[in-house]
Structure formats: C-alpha cells, structure tokens
Design a protein around this ligand. Structure first.
Ligand code: IP8
Length: 235
C-alpha cells in the first residue's frame, strides 16, 4: 500500500490576525507575512483561522454560544452578523492569496459541520480532500454552528482542527501548528509565569496555565485549545 502524502494543518489565531481590542481590525502586516510564509514553505497545507475582533465581539453580544434564546434581543440577526463578520475576515485572507497568484478556496464551516446532541460532525470531508489533491489551499474558519435541535452555537477553528484530524483519510496530518499572538504557552510555576519550552501529552492534564488579562474570546482561548489537543490525544 502506498504511503499517504503528508499535510500540515495551520491555525492562524484570531488574536494574531486582528487586534482583538478594536472591532473589525485586521493586522495587515501579519496577514501579509503569514501568507508569504505559507506560500514559500512549499508544504501541503490546510489553513484554518480564528475570529478575533471580527467574530468574537458579535458572538458575545448576541450570546450565540448559549444557543437559541428568544428572550435575547435580535439574536437571529446577531447570528447572521456573526457569520457575515467571519465571512468578511475570510474573504480578506482568501484575497491575499489570490493577490499573490496562489490558489486558496474557502470552505464555509457552517455548511459542512452540524451539531447533534452536543457532538460536532463534519458532513462532507471530500471537498477539502479534493482541493488538496488539486494543489489548492482549503481555508476554513471559526463560524456559527447549527444544531439539529433548532439551535446553534459557535464552532471554533480549534474544534475544526480536531474534526479534520479525525476525518481526513486520504492524507496524513503530520503536524498541527497554532500560530498565536504570544510566544507560546505560559504556565504558572512557583508563583511565576514562565514560557513552557516543551510540553508532552502527559503534561497536559496537570498543566497550570498562566492567567493573563482576558480578551474577548467566546471559545476559551488557550485553555480551550489545550482541551482540544487533549481530546485529540484520546481519539
Ligand atoms: O477564534 C471563533 O473561532 P475561534 C469564531 O477559532 C467566532 O475560536 C464566530 C467567534
């Protein structure tokens, strides 16, 4: 049997790509550099990006993660706005690749993922695999997530990664890279915050994350990421 071709999954964090303190603010230079690095790496990549100051403030305002609640004013408009804000950010990223004559195509997560009894399913992995086969970068992003009980929530880019790791069949994911605003994972040790140089899967359960000022993040920030990574080790 022939070896599977290796691919790399990269998540560009929302707090890296945008200024989380100013709504709808893209960090142009970071986007430019990230896209250049991805193109010049010559690796086969699936790209995911987060919400930053596009998706998170709206998701928070309309309490999208809490699910449908008709006592929240304009929540359905808020759902629509949150989704649209993410499309806007995504379109800027796709256009940056196109500007550099590099093919990247967006896969809208809310159209291919669904939630059922709290579990997230990807209904069709094939378009992603076909894009990879064609040499096109599939770009997915944190989005709204519809659920089968006539409700909804937020799907984070981190959760998308977990599902891709479970479902991609025709390629081998050799590495998942989280590009974030900070230098890495800061942990608390003897009252000090230190940058962890290396962490193994065994460290994850007892990890004491350093606590910094929280930016608006409805999907759990670094803590959420660690949970997803732990989940990946279990599956
Ligand atoms: O920044 C969140 O994605 P994340 C997406 O990857 C929205 O957690 C819509 C807030």
């Amino acid at each position: 049997m022939s070896e599977l071709i290796e691919i790399i999954v990269i998540k560009l964090g929302g707090s890296l790509l945008t200024d989380k303190n100013t709504p709808f603010s893209l960090r142009e230079e970071i986007l430019e550099n990230s896209v250049n690095e991805i193109i010049h790496s010559k690796k086969i990549i699936v790209l995911i990006h987060g919400g930053g100051s596009f998706g998170h403030p709206l998701a928070k305002k309309y309490q999208i993660s809490q699910g449908f609640n008709d006592s929240i004013d304009d929540q359905l408009i808020g759902l629509s706005k949150t989704h649209e804000a993410m499309n806007q950010l995504n379109s800027k990223i796709i256009n940056k690749f196109i500007e550099k004559s590099y093919p990247a195509i967006s896969i809208q997560p809310s159209s291919v993922f669904i939630q059922d009894f709290g579990h997230i399913f990807i209904k069709n992995i094939e378009p992603i695999e076909q894009l990879i086969k064609l040499g096109i970068i599939p770009v997915l992003y944190g989005d709204i997530l519809l659920s089968r009980d006539s409700s909804f929530t937020i799907l984070s880019g981190d959760q998308i990664i977990l599902k891709l790791c479970e479902k991609i069949q025709h390629f081998k994911i050799s590495k998942v890279i989280f590009a974030i605003e900070e230098d890495g994972i800061f942990i608390e040790e003897n009252g000090n915050n230190i940058l962890a140089s290396k962490l193994s899967s065994n460290d994850l359960d007892k990890l004491k994350l350093a606590r910094f000022d929280q930016k608006i993040d409805v999907t759990g920030g670094m803590k959420g990421k660690i949970e997803i990574i732990k989940e990946n080790y279990k599956s």
